[in-house]
Ligand binder design. Structure first.
Ligand SMILES: Cc1cc2nc3c(=O)[nH]c(=O)nc-3n(C[C@H](O)[C@H](O)[C@H](O)COP(=O)(O)OP(=O)(O)OC[C@H]3O[C@@H](n4cnc5c(N)ncnc54)[C@H](O)[C@@H]3O)c2cc1C
Length: 339
């Protein structure tokens, strides 16, 4: 919410005009099919050359008007529902979000300065909304401060993120479940990408193709990283986890798993969000250990390796000793005005 407010203020300061209203109809040019104008409920017509679809899951322009098409990824990421509830903060916030696996999904616990955000992401095929709500409420700390709210979603991506004169940003462009909290990052990336390829002198197909290609690569990589969390589980204690363990996965992810499980090799491709250390943490964290290692490793004597690791440890300790505690930092730099 604060980020949205910040962006609005920033944009208005730079000359943007905000028009409040509900879009009742989207008008298209007869010849090209390009979007011509938005008709608001009060009858006002908003014409434009380029339209950015920010209508969330409704995808009013990119899908309902332009029928761009949706690639469904729910066979790889079967969670399709979330319940969110906020609770009173009962202790000083710890400096990280917890993701806790459950029988048919996972729970988030996000400590803020004034409250804790909680939620359960789950697959409705294996647990009902009512049972999921009960499960979440039994696993929170502190009294709830709002009613639990169920949100339904479908994981997948728009077949094109820029189609004709419409660019989809945010949930209208697709959705990856929030296990790695990537949506707002992807919004930011889309904004930067659109600025870089901005059609100042008219829309050029090469720019559209580049935008779509870059967005696709970025989403595919994040998708694979999230699927990895589920796929390499050794849990077999529920139908949900058995499905995840045995489901087919994208060839691109299978390749990464094969590379790592054979010889511990991990690569980061281009601008992808998650680096080698993230991939290694999830693979090893979930119990996937490489069978072999690169022979070059044997060129280093154990004593030399030990000294190298000790050095890293000492450097980290020296740095950490100079840093303020999490809460001191927060209080100093970004104390909540709601406190
Ligand atoms: C369960 C869940 C957990 C999430 N967790 C994270 C997270 O941890 N980190 C993260 O980065 N992201 C997360 N996200 C995603 C994040 O919420 C979205 O990326 C963010 O809200 C941006 O969405 P948006 O602006 O695209 O759509 P929305 O926030 O849905 O906004 C769409 C807007 O369009 C408006 N609209 C729709 N139709 C019309 C119309 N006809 N006329 C006028 N206006 C219209 C709506 O009123 C709404 O204001 C999560 C999402 C879900 C569902």
């Amino acid at each position: 919410s604060l980020y949205a407010k910040f962006l609005r203020k920033f944009a208005e300061h730079h000359g943007m005009t905000r028009i409040e209203g509900k879009i009742a109809d989207v008008l298209q040019h007869d010849d090209s099919g390009n979007i011509k104008a938005l008709k608001l409920e009060n009858g006002e017509l908003v014409e434009g050359d380029l339209f950015i679809d920010c209508t969330g899951f409704r995808a009013l322009l990119i899908e309902q008007t332009l029928n761009t098409g949706f690639e469904d990824w729910s066979h790889w990421l079967p969670c399709d529902s979330a319940i969110a509830v906020q609770t009173e903060a009962i202790q000083q916030p710890i400096p990280y979000t917890r993701s806790i696996a459950h029988q048919s999904g996972w729970q988030w616990r996000i400590p803020l300065q004034t409250r804790t955000g909680n939620g359960l992401v789950f697959c409705s095929k294996y647990i009902s909304d009512a049972d999921a709500t009960e499960l979440l409420l039994n696993n929170i700390e502190g009294a709830p401060i709002n009613q639990p709210r169920v949100i339904k979603f479908k994981t997948g991506t728009r077949r094109q993120h820029w189609n004709k004169n419409c660019v989809a940003v945010g949930l209208s462009s697709g959705f990856l479940e929030p296990l790695e909290s990537t949506s707002i990052h992807m919004i930011q990336r889309s904004i930067v990408r659109l600025l870089q390829l901005f059609p100042a002198h008219g829309i050029i197909q090469a720019d559209v193709d580049e935008f779509n290609q870059q967005t696709k690569i970025e989403m595919d990589n994040i998708r694979d990283f999230i699927i990895l969390h589920y796929k390499v589980t050794d849990r077999e204690d529920s139908r949900f986890w058995r499905y995840c363990k045995n489901m087919p996965i994208p060839a691109s992810l299978q390749h990464r798993i094969d590379m790592f499980s054979q010889s511990g090799k991990v690569y980061k491709y281009g601008n992808e969000l998650f680096g080698e250390s993230s991939w290694i943490q999830v693979m090893m964290g979930q119990g996937l250990m490489p069978k072999e290692y690169h022979p070059i490793v044997d060129l280093m004597e154990p004593a030399e390796l030990q000294s190298f690791l000790n050095n890293i440890k000492a450097t980290v300790k020296r740095k950490v000793d100079t840093l303020p505690a999490h809460n001191d930092f927060v209080q100093h730099y970004c104390k909540s005005t709601a406190m």
